[in-house]
Design a binder for this molecule. Structure first.
Ligand SMILES: [Cu+2]
Length: 122
């Protein structure tokens, strides 16, 4: 018989405290693990893109602006299941009053050795 290792839940903070970042900026984890995104102040998205073009949505996964959180509540969250082992690239597509993506608000799952390149491209 084989045993399946227990899945792990990883916490990522989205924004908050005036920070235009995902914290941490990437997670390396196996299929079956879950990433628990906490959407903090003010109004951010989790939008999938690509390594080559971090700030353009690829229309595969996008929360849209459903987590508007002006009061910085701690219960605006999303659980994202890692369903494959490929690198997955994300950004926040808020553009008001400035591009959060260009400010560095990007995130990756299993970036391998390409995280630096992703950040440069953003
Ligand atoms: Cu944002």
């Amino acid at each position: 018989t084989s045993t399946v290792p227990p899945s792990t839940t990883h916490l990522v903070q989205v924004g908050g405290q005036g920070n235009l970042i995902f914290s941490p900026t990437y997670i390396s984890a196996p299929v079956g693990d879950v990433i628990h995104f906490k959407f903090l102040k003010l109004n951010h998205t989790l939008s999938q893109s690509s390594l080559e073009d971090p700030c353009t949505p690829n229309n595969v996964f996008d929360t849209g602006f459903i987590h508007f959180n002006p009061q910085n509540r701690t219960d605006y969250a999303l659980d994202f299941l890692i369903q494959n082992s490929n690198p997955q690239w994300f950004f926040c597509r808020q553009e008001i009053p400035l591009s959060h993506c260009h400010a560095g608000m990007v995130f990756a799952i299993n970036p391998g050795s390409n995280m630096d390149e992703f950040l440069v491209n953003a």
